[in-house]
Design a binder for this molecule. Structure first.
Ligand code: SAM
Length: 322
């Protein structure tokens, strides 16, 4: 398939079950994909325009060098590979974001998200964590589902002596370790801070499901907000199938809190009633809430991002019989 094909014909072929291997100019392929995007929203159709690569090299006119971006996303090259152009553009975009980083006021530093790791581009929730009063006796904090490590870094920067961060996605663990190592001077497992006038503390990043061993005075979690089945690697950072992480966090957190400790849940896009019912069932009571109105273009009119401060209630957790 080359530059002579029209978008209408390409779409007819795709709808007829064909995949199109592009042999024309790379930039024209981008234009064709944009034209297809104006005609269909079906992801399967848009993923049917393929680019041939050999060890991640594209041998087409005006093609960019995507070798580094592809190595970061897919690992070492394995010879010939056809990649949907739509996916390839995502890989290129992710690589650019990783190189450039995202500046966060709360850290006065840049965070560099890896491919497939939740990127703090909408950073209102980071500001919430940076502004919320830290319980005065808090010495140890957990950051559950750390992603890029951004919240662990904020907590450490706010003076918590020891932060243990977890994630069940190995890409996130590698990403958090790299970011935290760049923010301070470290070995990859235990990051020792070198803040002037501060006793050296530590941030540890652990791969695992939800909680690390032991207990903490403050446990922070920003689970994916949307309860939907992830279909791709990229979805896993934003979709929480059947609210598994949210439920696992709420039902498990009591057992990991030191006496007098607090759990902070960051949430958007969920009806408050639903959350309040869940808190009650999990044996948690609300001791505070801070909210911020998201500023991004696609925010709904009444959308807020909330930081819920929770403590164990007197009632034990219970699960209702179905
Ligand atoms: C919405 S992202 C938040 C990332 C980061 N805390 C932040 O605020 O930018 C949710 C993270 O939770 C992780 N995650 C999902 N399920 C998990 C589980 N069962 N245990 C640990 N981490 C999990 C995902 O891999 C993802 O990195």
């Amino acid at each position: 398939m080359d530059d002579s094909v029209s978008a209408d014909r390409a779409l007819r072929l795709i709808r007829g079950g064909s995949t199109l291997r592009w042999e024309g100019d790379f930039q024209n392929a981008r234009q064709l994909l944009a034209a297809l995007g104006r005609r269909t929203r079906r992801v399967h159709h848009l993923n049917s325009l393929l680019i041939a690569t050999t060890d991640y090299e594209i041998r087409l006119r005006r093609a960019p060098d995507v070798r580094r971006a592809c190595r970061q996303a897919y690992g070492p090259p394995t010879g010939d590979r056809l990649i949907p152009l739509r996916e390839l553009l995502g890989v290129i975009g992710a690589h650019q974001l990783r190189e450039r980083g995202i500046y966060l006021q709360a850290l006065d530093a840049r965070i560099h998200p890896h491919y497939g790791v939740f990127a703090p581009t909408r950073s209102e929730y980071v500001d919430l964590v940076a502004a919320e009063p830290i319980p005065p006796t808090a010495k140890v904090a957990f950051d559950i589902g750390t992603g890029t490590g951004v919240l662990a870094a904020v907590l450490r920067r706010r003076g918590i002596a020891k932060v243990v961060a977890t994630d069940n996605n190995p890409r996130a663990v590698a990403c958090a370790r790299e970011n935290l190592a760049a923010l301070v001077v470290s070995d990859p497992k235990v990051v020792r801070t070198h803040e002037a006038g501060n006793t050296p503390g530590a941030i540890e990043v652990v791969e695992g499901d939800l909680f690390p061993a032991g207990r903490a005075d403050l446990i922070v979690c920003n689970p994916p907000w949307v309860s939907k089945r992830p279909r791709t690697l990229l979805d896993t950072a934003v979709f929480d199938e059947d609210s598994r992480m949210l439920h696992g966090f709420l039902y498990g957190v009591r057992e990991h809190l030191n006496p007098g400790g607090e759990a902070w849940l960051i949430m958007g896009l969920r009806p408050r009633d639903e959350l309040l019912t869940l808190f009650r069932k999990a044996g948690l009571r609300v001791v505070g809430r801070s909210s911020v109105v998201p500023t991004h273009r696609r925010a709904r009119v009444d959308e807020t991002t909330d930081l819920w401060r929770l403590c164990p209630s007197d009632a034990a957790p219970f699960v209702e019989e179905a």
